[in-house]
Design a protein. Structure first.
Length: 281
């Protein structure tokens, strides 16, 4: 193959055997997709209630409850009264259908470049007495001045009901458009909780200011959160070390691609000059 210039070279997917599966998921209905994109542009987030079947919600809760660590967070961002499961895929495949839900992938297809990556996956269990998490935006660790496009997106799936009292995620609508600055006290007071039933999803841009709320009830509040990033960004979780190859082989093509067994054209992500999926053979 002969390229005319570096721009043509950088656009070409050189994979021969392992073609990308990006965009091959079940399509998202247009009457849902377009309003969702409009909400993301206007508010920075969109909520879908009752998106998961309750049998899947119950299965995730049952499986992940057995994996919750005794240890709590190390700081007020992780939560001194919060349990977190890291390296989720290496411990259980129960959350995989959530990670690759076709509505999530359909939205990300319209926001990030093809072959975007899973940046991190966690199960978060906020215990009674937990205080509100500090307000933040998720792709702040990428040193690119705001205002700017989102180079990451996030999902939070309610496994337990999200209420104003038990630590529902709070968001500041429209804050995804802010420049580089902290929220003012008045803007902090404008943050509102995302109350939603189990099986619901909030999808938001990585530039949206948000936080986990305080749990003032006597029961824990569990969720699953998956974050995704552009294919040229470094992932938060080093999946090549946290998820074994044997476990990766048990995952779908979509999950394998998002874990990093994929190429960002023309060759970013290669192993020994070849497509990374060869290491799974």
């Amino acid at each position: 193959m002969q390229f005319r210039d570096i721009y043509e070279y950088s656009r070409e997917d050189l994979a021969g055997t392992y073609k990308s599966t990006a965009g091959t998921q079940q399509p998202m209905p247009n009457d849902v997709l377009e309003p969702a994109l409009a909400a993301l542009d206007r508010d920075g987030f969109v909520v879908f209630e009752n998106l998961l079947p309750m049998e899947l919600v119950h299965a995730v809760r049952e499986e992940c409850s057995k994996l919750l660590p005794d240890l709590r967070g190390r700081n007020n961002f992780e939560g001194f009264s919060t349990q977190r499961i890291y390296a989720v895929i290496d411990k259980t495949l129960a959350c995989n259908p959530i990670v690759e839900h076709p509505w999530v992938l359909g939205l990300i297809d319209r926001i990030l470049e093809p072959n975007y990556l899973l940046s991190q996956l966690q199960v978060i269990n906020i215990l009674p007495g937990e205080e509100q998490q500090p307000l933040h935006y998720d792709d702040a660790f990428y040193p690119w001045p705001r205002p700017r496009r989102a180079i990451g997106v996030a999902t939070i799936w309610a496994i337990d009901p999200f209420t104003e009292e038990n630590g529902a995620t709070i968001v500041i609508p429209g804050s995804h458009r802010w420049p580089d600055r902290l929220p003012t006290p008045e803007e902090e007071r404008q943050a509102r909780p995302l109350v939603m039933p189990p099986g619901s999803l909030v999808f938001f841009l990585g530039t949206l200011w948000h936080a986990a709320g305080a749990n003032r009830t006597a029961k824990p509040r569990m969720c699953v959160t998956a974050q995704y990033c552009a294919p040229w960004c470094r992932q938060q979780e080093n999946f090549s070390l946290s998820v074994s190859r044997d476990r990766v082989k048990q995952c779908s093509e979509h999950i394998q691609r998002m874990l990093g067994y994929s190429i960002h054209p023309p060759f970013m992500g290669f192993v020994n000059g070849m497509h990374p999926k060869r290491v799974l053979q």
